[in-house]
Design a binder for this molecule. Structure first.
Ligand code: DHB
Ligand code: FE
Length: 285
């Protein structure tokens, strides 16, 4: 059977993608950000999964006010890199895993979560920046990716609690797939940031670090946090952090297994308008 071996959490700032694509990763400002992913790139090479289930949010790129799926699973064979206004990023196209994705859709919908099935979707910085941070420069991503888009852009957005429960359903779905696949689940977006209004530029490092502590040690209690707390404490775009609870809900301890080990933890301010947070949690083999 397939299993989830690890979860990865990371912010997805578009300016990181631009720094990466324009050879600026060594500049003093960016070097401090990219240094936090040196370990992670080696770790990913040593722990290469067969499939990455990548939870991210679309930023009105593939979707718009015309159509707002709360949870959308990509079941396509491939995904083009989106043009977000400056041309598509010069990174590899994303290869999907239609068979596993369709199985997860079937299983999760039968576990009472309503997913939108997406067979065509261009993927924006929400998906490609985490891949660049974890993989570095490459001609091809290391494995197929199942994109899982969550609406955290247009209200109403899903609660942290529902995201955490969805992660548990995704774990069951993966573990009922009849092939010995090593699957990683990534939760992306965040940490604290606000891009608009009088509080634009808001960063809350203390709150972010407490979020990381609680995500590791008491995710079920953290999942009870109402969305308004994210917005108040971590800024309007800090709500992206509910996506981390999907990945955390898929870890073994939530289903009564042993706790994960922390392979890596990193936090840095600033990157553009955003606090960058990053965690790697491993399920015991
Ligand atoms: C920034 C952060 C985001 O999450 C995003 O989607 C766009 C911009 C920023 O920090 O500039
Ligand atoms: Fe974002």
């Amino acid at each position: 059977m397939a299993r989830i071996s690890a979860s990865v959490y990371t912010s997805h700032v578009p300016a990181i993608g631009a720094a990466f694509d324009h050879g600026k990763t060594g500049e003093p400002y960016w070097q401090k950000v990219f240094a936090g992913y040196e370990f992670s790139k080696q770790w990913l090479k040593q722990h290469k999964p067969d499939v990455i289930f990548l939870v991210f949010n679309d930023h009105a790129t593939a979707f718009s006010l015309e159509m707002i799926p709360t949870f959308a699973i990509g079941t396509a064979a491939e995904y083009a890199v989106a043009d977000e206004g400056w041309g598509p990023r010069p990174v590899p196209k994303v290869t999907g895993h239609p068979e596993l994705a369709s199985h997860i859709a079937q299983s999760v919908i039968q576990q009472d979560f309503d997913l939108t099935i997406v067979n065509k979707m261009d993927v924006d910085h929400g998906l490609t920046v985490p891949l660049s941070l974890m993989c570095g420069q490459t001609d091809a991503w290391p494995c197929p990716v199942i994109p899982f888009a969550v609406n955290v852009v247009q209200y109403p957005v899903p609660s942290g609690k529902r995201c955490f429960m969805l992660g548990q359903a995704i774990r069951k779905a993966v573990e009922s797939y009849d092939a010995p696949l090593n699957v990683q689940i990534w939760g992306t977006g965040g940490m604290s940031h606000q891009l608009q209004g009088p509080r634009a530029g808001l960063i809350n490092a203390e709150w972010d670090n407490r979020f990381l502590d609680r995500l590791i040690a008491e995710p079920a209690a953290l999942a009870e946090l109402p969305h308004i707390d994210y917005v108040r404490e971590a800024g309007s775009e800090g709500i992206e952090l509910v996506m981390w609870l999907i990945a955390r809900g898929a870890m073994a301890d939530v289903a009564g297994g042993p706790p994960p080990s922390v392979a890596h933890r990193f936090y840095h301010v600033p990157a553009s308008n955003t606090a960058v947070g990053h965690l790697i949690l491993e399920n015991p083999a």
